[in-house]
Design a binder for this molecule. Structure first.
Ligand code: CTP
Length: 406
């Protein structure tokens, strides 16, 4: 008996040369005791016949939204019934085109219609040519799905149907089965019961009633951490500076503007959390006394404007005495002496870990959808190099560390 035994799984098959592997996958899942219904896209039926899957599953295989001979009373709602029935929908292989449809909610065949009606979680295993996989459309569609909590089994490197070698092969059947097992064992929800506080974005410090000092932080990294933590089952509070991003699902968000407001919001919530992930780019200085009106150009003498700044509270240092057993993770954006500076911050701010990035490296830092970081620890742990990945995937790597530090 494994965790798969007795589980109701919809196995979706799309039109890829790897579709024949789904027959092996079906057999393995059935061997483990799963109750399976196979759904194919019309183009999948060009690669493997529905008969193969119905013979193996001993069940009807669904390919058409409106099959000939279906009764008018039932066929229009089959996709809803299956969507309610399943414990998991596993699409293996999933093609670039179906990934795009899933990302945008297009329901133009039986498989994509079920996907929209589905209440259960979804796992997908892409298979395609290497260039299609790295195309910006596919990678942004995959990121969208991951952010929504879809579990993506990354394709493998090897020989592709085109004869070329690259990344794009369907994950091996054994790996897919293991991932389904891990899913039912709850590994992907490994932060259930944990309370995670995340800060994101820049702060804005007023110069006068209409102007402010700020920085280029987009908030994307912090929002990715909040999204990923919620997808892994944590209770998440997100304290955000001014950003143009939507609140992730199942995340409680509080908006702040200045460093002082961010400090007050953290002061209210720090005792609640088990872990703090401080991605916010907090302004170190503010204008001492910003007037509550617009400063006129003429107020500055001789064409030279000087603004007096005073230091803001260092939020992490201020919170350090209340850390207790909580895990504190900070971020450091460094352009020079990157590691030495980050190590100093790790100690000075009583952090368990610090995530370092250098905006001079391509694909890293502010505004981008990707990041490339190194995670340093206060104890004996070895540094971890996280290669260039989407910010969501980087967030997952950071949360893996938070989980093991908790
Ligand atoms: N931070 C903070 N309070 C501040 C400034 C920063 O809590 N007033 C936090 C950030 O959220 C980040 C970490 O401290 O997690 C490091 O921020 P960073 O701006 O890199 O470091 P600073 O301490 O401001 O040092 P410097 O500007 O000299 O690099």
């Amino acid at each position: 008996m494994t965790s798969i035994s007795g589980k109701k799984i919809i196995l979706g098959v799309c039109g890829s040369i790897a579709a024949y592997k789904s027959a092996y996958l079906l057999r393995e899942l059935m061997r483990e005791g799963a109750d399976i219904r196979v759904v194919m896209t019309p183009s999948a039926a060009n690669f493997v016949t529905p008969l193969t899957f119905s013979a193996l599953s001993r069940k009807q295989v669904y390919t058409e939204m409106f099959p000939e001979g279906g009764s008018a009373t039932s066929i229009g709602t089959w996709h809803i019934e299956l969507g309610l029935w399943a414990d998991l929908m596993l699409i293996a292989p999933v093609t670039a085109s179906t990934i795009a449809k899933l990302a945008y909610g297009i329901a133009d065949n039986f498989l994509t219609s079920i996907a929209l009606a589905l209440r259960a979680p979804m796992m997908i295993a892409p298979a395609m040519d290497a260039d299609m996989l790295i195309h910006p459309s596919t990678s942004s569609n995959l990121s969208k799905l991951k952010e929504r909590g879809v579990l993506v089994l990354e394709p493998e490197k090897g020989e592709l149907a085109s004869g070329l070698t690259g990344t794009g092969r369907l994950a091996e059947v054994g790996r897919v089965v293991e991932s389904v097992e891990a899913f039912f064992e709850g590994h992907h929800r490994d932060l259930v019961g944990r309370k995670i506080l995340v800060t994101a974005g820049p702060t804005q410090e007023a110069i006068d009633a209409v102007r402010y000092i700020s920085n280029r932080s987009s908030g994307k990294m912090g929002f990715a951490v909040a999204t990923a933590a919620a997808n892994r089952g944590a209770e998440v509070k997100l304290i955000s500076g001014p950003v143009a991003l939507e609140t992730p699902r199942n995340v409680e968000r509080a908006d702040v503007s200045t460093a002082h407001e961010m400090y007050l919001a953290l002061d209210r919530n720090i005792d609640w959390c088990d872990a703090l992930v401080m991605t916010a780019a907090v302004a170190d200085y503010r204008v001492a006394e910003p007037p509550d009106r617009k400063i006129k150009k003429s107020e500055f003498a001789g064409g030279e404007a000087r603004i007096g700044l005073v230091e803001n509270v260092d939020i992490l240092k201020e919170l350090a005495p209340r850390k207790g057993k909580r895990v504190f993770v900070g971020f450091a954006l460094e352009t020079d002496d990157v590691l030495a500076n980050a190590k100093k911050k790790l100690a000075a701010k009583s952090l368990d870990a610090i995530v370092v990035n250098n905006p001079r490296e391509e694909g890293a830092g502010f505004g981008t959808d990707t990041n490339k970081v190194r995670i340093l620890f206060s104890g004996e742990r070895q540094d971890i190099d996280v290669p260039l990945l989407s910010k969501y995937d980087v967030a997952q790597k950071i949360l893996d560390q938070v989980r093991s530090l908790l």
